[in-house]
Design a protein around this ligand. Structure first.
Ligand code: ADP
Ligand code: MG
Length: 229
């Protein structure tokens, strides 16, 4: 599903964020990225989403080397990926329902079916009564949930989520974890960066630690890596 081979990433003028990273994520896996702020978790997700390019090495998504894809083909790959990122990129001049409709319109759904699916996705994140609201009139947590609804509405093969619960309370975070687990149970590959230990435990994924340019497996099963109170 995702294959990073000897990937090094540096931003212009900066130090290496990732150094010679080899990482395989098989289809259907649930992966949780942990590690300190600034370690490169968001960068890793952006490489996996074809948003950033590796400085050296190869990034394959769905078996395709992203560096060799022309913009049109890269766009097709991106259509199969549900992105939940820190900066929400919601369309300010569209209401909540119309924001969730965007990926369905791109995927070519008939309008009636698209609206049915978009409403179901809004219900699922607890925004069923807010479909007419513009993003600016929603709270930070509601905007985050709207972003999640938009990311999952077209049932992408791969969901990439960057700190998806940063603006949510514990109950909302738990419900988002359960939703991601339901997608995982249905065969979707899910990669989530989080520093929220409760959220991480509830996801029960394969844990990877990102630090000092490296990505390492964390062997302790979920629940046994908890910080003592
Ligand atoms: N667009 C960018 N341009 C320059 N430096 C960046 C950019 N994005 C991230 N960085 C730097 O790369 C490092 C890793 O950032 P990031 O991937 O956001 O880490 P994390 O998500 O783990 O907090 C940080 O030092 C950050 O300042
Ligand atoms: Mg980050």
């Amino acid at each position: 599903m995702i294959n990073l081979q000897s990937v090094t990433k540096r931003y212009p003028g900066g130090d290496d964020v990732l150094v010679n990273v080899d990482l395989q994520i098989a289809g259907g896996q649930m992966v949780v990225l942990l590690g300190p702020s600034g370690a490169g978790k968001s960068t890793l997700l952006k490489l996996m989403g074809g948003i950033e390019r590796a400085s050296t090495g190869a990034v394959e998504i769905f078996g395709q080397d992203t560096a060799r894809l022309d913009p049109g083909r890269l766009a097709l790959v991106r259509q199969q990926i549900g992105l939940i990122f820190e900066d929400f990129k919601l369309l300010a001049d569209r209401n909540a329902l119309d924001n969730v409709l965007v990926p369905l319109e791109i995927a070519g759904y008939a309008p009636t079916e698209a609206r049915r699916r978009a409403r179901a996705a809004l219900e699922r994140v607890g925004l069923g009564t807010r479909e007419s609201a513009r993003p600016a009139t929603l709270s930070g947590g509601e905007q985050q949930r709207l972003c999640i609804a938009r990311a999952v509405v077209s049932r992408p093969a791969l969901i990439l989520a960057d700190e998806p619960t940063g603006n949510l309370d514990a109950d909302q975070a738990a419900s988002i974890a359960d939703m991601l687990r339901a997608f995982h149970a249905a065969g979707t590959t899910v990669v989530v960066a989080t520093h929220d230990p409760l959220f991480r435990d509830r996801l029960q994924g394969r844990a990877l630690h990102v630090e000092a340019g490296q990505v390492r497996s964390i062997q302790a099963p979920p629940g046994q890596a908890k910080v003592p109170r």
